[in-house]
Design a protein around this ligand. Sequence first.
Ligand code: C2O
Ligand code: CU
Ligand code: CU
Length: 524
Amino acid sequence: MTNNNLNRRQFLKYSSLGLATAAFPKFLLANTSTAKNYPSANFKADVELEFTSKSAFIQILKQGNKTAVQKYYAKVLKGDPKTLLTLKENYLGPIINLEQGQKVRVFFNNELDEPSIIHWHGLHVPQHSDGHPMYAIQPGEQYVYEFEVLNRAGTNFYHSHTHGETGRQVYNGLSSMIRVTDAHEKKLELPTGEYDLPLVIQDRSFDSDNQLSYVKRMPERMMGFLGEMIMVNGKPNIEFSVKSRAYRFRALNGSNSRIYKLAWDDGTPITVIGTDGGLLEKPEVRPYVMLAPAERLDLWLDFSGRQLGAELKLYSLPYDANLPMMMVRMSGMGSNSIEAGAKFKIASFKVTEIVSDSPKLPIQLATIKRFSENDVNNINNPIPIGLSMQHMSALINGKSFSMNRVMKDEQVELGSHKKIRIFHEQGSRGRMGMMGGMSMPHPIHLHGQQYQILSRTYNGNDEAAYATVNKGFIDNGWKDTVLVMPGEEIEIIKPFEDYKGFFLYHCHNLEHEDLGMMRQFYVG
Ligand code: C2O
Ligand code: CU
Ligand code: CU
């Protein structure tokens, strides 16, 4: 397979979809054929990785058969071997450890029997290295990513982003975590190594043969997949052994649709030190925190002073997800899924060693330059992201995803900062039935640069339901995914700097995304 082949195939594919339509000005077209399957001579990589997606059998459950999964295998071709941390006997891909300023090249080989592409969720990279579904490669093909790590230190995510199949491929295993560090973070001397613990939280359902079962019927897809079992780092019922000292926990919600309300079972408040885009200015302490699909929260917990053998459990506490009851009933029929908003245990931590020394939580973690309305050039004319679910479809501004369309509102000038208003469309506010349009929580993700949340307003009519979640939003840091609860309206400010091209935005409830709740910006 050669570069020309790939480009020609992509070209044919997109022209056959009717690329040259009026809604899609000609000047944009040139950019759709920038797929890469060869390394650039002028890009001097510090780190080179090889990723291969394959079918595999993994012992996920302790008893019984192995489970068929789709999995990323990877190796370091150039650079520090610690760039990859392989999780043993796991469906999750390796954890990738990067550093700000590094130039990274990834050779991605697709050895699945279906098209696929990897997206580096949270990283600010050029269009051709962002894993846009237009670049999905066929079995046996290779895709080459090249990017510089511009992000600050933080916790990111990578996963398959294949058009219409993202939910199923991610569910089957195609995802994991990216950690980025930088010089500023190193000076803080936060917990590292075994004290810097990933917590990739997901839910899964297995049949009697230990095989994964995924959504089948429409009501279930509209709600989003909800599994019967909670997995942490690819394992059910996880128990960590910890020392009596401080830890950094990198919580990543890698679930397709489940939203967690994280809390410690003994009432210890949750201390948050970072969000999607890295460290907060100062730690924030909350009774609980909400973690929607694709969101990340870096938590701090100091086990100092706890007794040998003491156990602390991480729970998801009950909340009112404000879901239309009819849908809940229809989607849950015949399944043992843990209901949205139910209470359940996620993981437990047992103190198995007493140590005398521990790092202290810094008072100041970082400085963040706050955007204000003065930084945008569209104060009175925010870009709308109107969410709706009607007639068995999930839409943005009344439209479904289209690989070759960008509306006028979706064309933004390179270098600009935009105010963006995310809201539920009229008629989808209340707890309604399936026919009249309905409101659901939607975690809204924008590719490209991280953004800031300007405001979060509740206009809904169910204050009691809202009160079960409203203390759990960490809106002060850099974000790439924001949970929009029913009745909420959120304004953000997003910079569109550095790279021209197509950048997706979508609901990260992966079933909603696959149903079409995705659009794209063209930055030019
Ligand atoms: Cu995490 Cu467009 O994705
Ligand atoms: Cu993303
Ligand atoms: Cu959604």
